[in-house]
Ligand binder design. Sequence first.
Ligand code: NAD
Length: 357
Amino acid sequence: MNAMLDFGYQSLPMRVVMGPHALDRLAEEIDRAGLKRVVILCSPEQEALAVTVAGLIGERAAGIHPHARMHVPVESATRARDRVAELNADGCVAVGGGSAIGLGKAVALRHGLPIIAVPTTYAGSEMTPVWGLTEDGVKRTGKDPRVLPVSVLYDPELTVTLPAIVSATSGMNAIAHAVEALYAPDTSPVVGLMAEEGVRALATALPDIVADGTDLEARAQAQYGAWLCGACLGATTMSLHHKLCHALGGTLDLPHAPTHTVVLPHALAYNQPAAPRAVAALGRALDGATDPAMWLWELAGRLGAPRSLQELGMVEGDIEPIVRIALANPYANPREVTDEGLTRMLRAAWSGRPPTG
Ligand code: NAD
């Protein structure tokens, strides 16, 4: 028999437009949001795409600011906020991955300007009211409804240039959101459905994308999965896996998506014994897998993605301080996080051994 239903769920107010040539509908979305002059934000590498976007929206484009950087350094946020004020803009269009969208959030946090997001990775930031700012090597995060984009356009054609390895790690980053949402303290049946479907879509699409980055059907499936996994992230509170990745990224400056890719199978293996419903849902999503953690570790191998923290540049001596940081602030987790358990888990992730919990 099913357990008695007992949950809370808050749906977030935003529009999603998904499909081939979704970008062509950007002008319509800007008008629908009542915006007249938007600044296009992107990372330096996506400047050419931002120019195309400006061409598509004509006089609605107030300017392009191609200076987004990973983890939103405060100096970069200040520069973007000043530029948006100078241009007298009334909104931002963030085109790119989590870095561009993060910059849009930093502007929204200060000026309250609405964001329209055009994601080109699978990181999922566009679906959350969570912002992040990095100062003196410390990343602060917070929640504010003003940073949630009003509208998100998913156009698979914008992702065909995403290299195989970035697609693989970004997709694993998205899967991590759904995995932790399944055992989150504030999970719900709706979140469970989104998480299961999101993991299924990404796990199916990623091998096809790595084989052929121009496979538009696989690209669309991956974006669909990224949307659902991002929505799971926006709806729940994350646990061990995300806390550990935050500590590794913030303290050692390890790259975001590859770190998630390496840690996920290990964090999941640690939590699996205490999260039977999550294991069952992941089993349904992953071809009937009985050990989803091992299945995801093997998937990372098949995708050619990194599987050890060592290869991301972490040295063995960093394990102990990271364990200290990860234990310093308590958070909800299905299984008690102990010094000994965390050290064992991080050692396996560092050396690239299969996950054992
Ligand atoms: P990113 O935005 O830095 O993109 C990764 C790389 O991919 C960059 O070099 C970028 O130039 C390149 N790229 C992006 N789109 C491309 C495309 N279509 N073709 C070719 N190259 C492309 O990184 P990310 O992994 O998307 O996002 C990570 C950041 O987002 C981190 O700072 C993380 O903390 C943040 N994040 C925040 C949330 C949230 O809810 N606030 C959620 C997830 C991630």
